[in-house]
Design a protein around this ligand. Structure first.
Ligand SMILES: Cc1cc2nc3c(=O)[nH]c(=O)nc-3n(C[C@H](O)[C@H](O)[C@H](O)COP(=O)(O)OP(=O)(O)OC[C@H]3O[C@@H](n4cnc5c(N)ncnc54)[C@H](O)[C@@H]3O)c2cc1C
Length: 406
């Protein structure tokens, strides 16, 4: 039986980065696809938004309810450390106006190549087309079984990713592996997904992108409000503000969209004021300067039941009320959030309560570690998920090296 210090399951950013930090240990990565990092290559539309700039202490706020878990890993391997790593490995990085960090080349391939080169330097072996099927305690360590062989190892890192974009190899295999070792798994759900809506009356405006505020209502209760860029699609809505809120959305929820930052009373006052000055203008012309594209304004006027040729002077109080509501609180009924085929991330996964947040070691199966998205850990768009993969992989590698050297 081939023997290793560490067997890592999965050659995504978490598995590769963990391996790159494990020298001089004898490390084997088992990857079920014929090539590594398939999802990494799709990230950031092929440009790879590998982390997010800014104060590392503020970064954890972008991981929903799991900020407390991820914080120690982020502090141990920060966004700046990630940037330094890639600079050192020949991949200069740049930060865009929104704080997203990309390779200067805007090529995800360069990020993957740097990770593979670092693994090579560390003497890591990678075996492709080997899907891990079980992990069981054996000889004070673990036996890792694939259809090809069984490997004996002191430590195992499960870095199998989540379930989104399954064609990349992330098909949720880590969950039964973890359950087989006694771990609980929070049911996985698509996250960072566009949303499909019922009666999509703005369908013809697909492609329009603007800054908006969205509020999710669940069973008549306000759940969460977020600001950001919104994209109207043929089937509903997307863009960062929708993707980042999608982990909270459920079929049947109501999304209320504010297409203007002005509150209802100010939009109402503005309409009245402009009508008094230029009552002969068509209603949508009275709304210029609200940072809403004209096509959207026309559609919102129409959706308020106001005939297109209506002038300000003809606008009744009832019509004005309906228009103000459409601009500041446009209600949309959620048919369903996108599925795993379109989700960029997975919410749910191996329960964090049974994982040590400082080392990512299992609290119930000593010597088993987790890294990356296989855990119940999902971040917002903006580079937070790849950063989490690196940071959790780093703390796991550090602890394993400590134990190997002890
Ligand atoms: C379209 C898209 C764009 C994205 N863009 C960004 C972005 O710009 N910035 C960002 O931060 N995040 C982005 N993400 C999310 C980010 O890519 C993931 O969070 C990240 O890849 C997770 O890394 P991971 O190593 O944990 O898992 P993965 O990248 O999913 O890698 C897991 C690996 O494990 C392998 N594997 C699975 N099961 C087995 C098994 N049984 N045996 C052996 N191997 C196995 C898989 O084949 C895969 O190679 C994007 C995601 C998508 C889908």
């Amino acid at each position: 039986m081939p023997e290793y210090d560490v067997v890592i399951v999965g050659a995504g950013p978490a598995g590769l980065f963990c391996a790159a930090n494990l020298a001089p240990a004898k490390v084997l990565i088992l990857e079920k696809m014929k090539l590594p990092g398939r999802k990494l290559l799709l990230s950031g539309s092929g440009q790879c938004n590998l982390t997010h700039a800014g104060d590392v202490k503020a970064l954890s706020a972008n991981y929903g309810d799991h900020r407390a878990f991820v914080k120690p890993a982020l502090m141990a391997f920060s966004n700046q450390a990630a940037m330094d790593f890639f600079e050192k490995h020949g991949v200069p990085v740049q930060t865009n106006e929104n704080g997203k960090v990309f390779p200067v080349s805007l090529l995800a391939d360069d990020v993957l190549d740097a990770l593979l080169a670092a693994c090579d330097e560390a003497g890591v072996e990678i075996s492709y087309r080997e899907s891990v099927q079980s992990i069981s305690p054996k000889g004070g360590g673990y036996a890792v079984q694939t259809p090809v062989a069984t490997y004996q190892t002191k430590f195992v890192v499960i870095a199998t990713g989540g379930m989104s974009y399954p064609a990349t190899g992330s098909t949720g295999d880590g969950y039964p592996l973890a359950e087989g070792l006694g771990h609980a798994v929070i049911p996985p759900e698509p996250s960072l997904t566009p949303v499909y809506v019922a009666d999509h009356i703005l369908r013809d405006l697909s492609g329009i992108s603007l800054s908006a505020k969205v509020t999710i209502w669940h069973d008549g209760k306000k759940l969460i409000t977020r600001d950001g860029d919104l994209l109207i699609t043929r089937f509903g809505y997307s863009g960062p503000v929708i993707l980042d809120s999608s982990r909270w959305m459920r079929a049947g929820d109501v999304l209320k969209i504010a297409f203007t930052p002005l509150p209802p009373n100010e939009v109402d006052a503005l309409l009245k004021e402009r009508t008094a000055l230029s009552g002969g203008k068509l209603v949508y012309n009275l709304l210029s300067g609200l940072s809403c594209p004209e096509r959207l304004l026309r559609a919102l006027v129409f959706a308020a039941g106001i005939p297109e040729e209506t002038t300000g002077a003809q606008l009744t109080a009832k019509m004005r009320g309906a228009l103000v509501a459409n601009l500041t609180d446009f209600p949309v009924s959620i048919d369903r959030p996108g599925d795993f085929g379109v989700a960029m991330c997975t919410a749910g996964g191996v329960s964090l309560t049974e994982i040590n947040k400082k080392t990512c070691e299992s609290k119930i199966a000593p010597g088993i570690f987790f890294a990356g998205e296989v855990m119940d850990l999902d971040g917002d768009t903006g580079g937070y998920n790849i950063q989490a993969a690196f940071s959790t992989a780093f703390v796991a590698a550090k602890k394993i090296l400590q134990m190997l050297c002890a």
